[in-house]
Design a protein around this ligand. Structure first.
Ligand code: ACM
Length: 264
C-alpha cells in the first residue's frame, strides 16, 4: 500500500488558492492514501467568531470536501484533510476522509488547542475507524496526539493507520508519535503545514513542518523538513499493524488491565 503526506504553506482565508495548490501538487501523484494538514484550505489563526463563520463549510457540500472528493476520484486515492466545519449552530475543527466514491467519514477534533477553544465547539463524533479496502484508518487531529487515549481508542477499534492532519506549533509531536505508534503497534501519517501566521495583533505562530510516516515498530520511514514544502509517498504493509503479539508471553492489547486503570 502506498501512503504519504503533502506538507505546504497555506495562505489564510484564500480557500480557492489553497485548494488549487493541493490539486496542482497532487496532479501526478500515485498513492492509495494521502494525508493533508489541519485547516488545509482556510489557514489557522482565526481572530473572530465571524471570521470562523465566514470560512467554515458544511460537509460534504462545502468547497473543500467537494474539491478533495474531485481529486480523490481523479487520482483514485483516499485523502484525509482538515477544515473548519459548519453544522447547524456549531463550528468544529474537523477532518474528512474521502475516496473515489465520495465521503467516507468526518471526524471532529476532540481536544482543542489554545485559542481554538475560543472559536470551535469540542468535537462530538468520538473516534472512528473506516475500512478503505487495503487498510483500516482512524483519524485524529493535531493536539489529539497529546492525549494517548485518542490513539489507543483508534487502535482498540482496529485502526491500522492513524491519519493525523496537523498544524503543529510545539516541537514535541514528531517524536511523540513514535511512542504513539510503538505503544499501539500502528502506523501513523502526520501531515503538518509550514510557514507562519501573525494576524490581528496576536502572537506569531510558526508551524513546524516535520510531517512523517511512522511504523508500528516506531521507525520513521519519512520525515519532512521543518520549513520546506514536501510530498512523500512510501510503501507499507498494513498487516504489520495487526501483529499485536510482542513475544510468546505478551500481547499488546489483550494484556491490558482496564479494571486497574480507574482513576477514582
Ligand atoms: C494544534 O492542535 N493545532 C496544535
Amino acid at each position: 500500500m502506498r501512503v504519504g503526506y503533502y506538507q505546504f504553506d497555506c495562505v489564510f482565508g484564500e480557500v480557492k488558492r489553497n485548494l488549487d495548490q493541493v490539486s496542482q501538487a497532487l496532479s501526478n501523484v500515485s498513492a492509495d492514501l494521502l494525508v493533508l494538514p489541519e485547516f488545509l484550505s482556510s489557514g489557522y489563526q482565526f481572530i473572530s467568531k465571524q471570521e470562523v463563520l465566514d470560512l467554515a463549510e458544511p460537509v460534504p457540500d462545502g468547497p473543500t470536501t467537494q474539491r478533495l472528493m474531485e481529486i480523490a476520484r481523479a487520482r483514485n486515492m483516499v485523502l484525509v484533510g482538515g477544515l473548519a466545519e459548519r453544522a447547524r449552530d456549531h463550528v468544529y475543527n474537523s477532518a474528512v476522509a474521502v475516496g473515489p466514491n465520495g465521503l467516507i467519514g468526518c471526524y471532529r477534533k476532540t481536544h482543542l488547542f489554545f485559542e481554538e477553544t475560543l472559536f470551535f465547539a469540542p468535537g462530538d463524533t468520538g473516534f472512528h475507524v473506516w475500512d478503505i479496502g487495503q487498510a483500516r484508518i482512524g483519524v485524529m487531529v493535531c493536539f489529539d496526539w497529546f492525549y494517548p487515549e485518542a490513539a489507543r481508542t483508534l487502535a482498540l477499534k482496529g485502526a491500522d493507520i492513524l491519519c493525523h492532519p496537523s498544524n503543529l506549533v510545539l516541537p514535541y509531536c514528531p517524536d511523540g508519535m513514535v511512542t504513539r505508534c510503538l505503544e499501539n503497534r500502528v502506523f501513523s501519517i502526520t501531515a503538518n503545514r509550514i510557514g507562519a501566521e501573525e494576524r490581528g495583533g496576536k502572537k506569531s505562530l510558526t508551524f513546524i513542518g516535520s510531517s512523517e510516516v511512522v511504523t508500528p515498530c516506531g521507525q520513521v520511514l519519512e520525515r519532512a523538513l521543518r520549513d520546506k514544502e514536501a510530498l512523500a509517498v512510501v510503501e507499507i504493509d498494513p498487516a504489520e499493524a495487526r501483529k499485536k503479539s510482542l513475544n510468546p508471553y505478551n500481547d499488546l492489547l489483550a494484556d491490558r488491565r482496564p479494571a486497574l486503570y480507574q482513576a477514582s
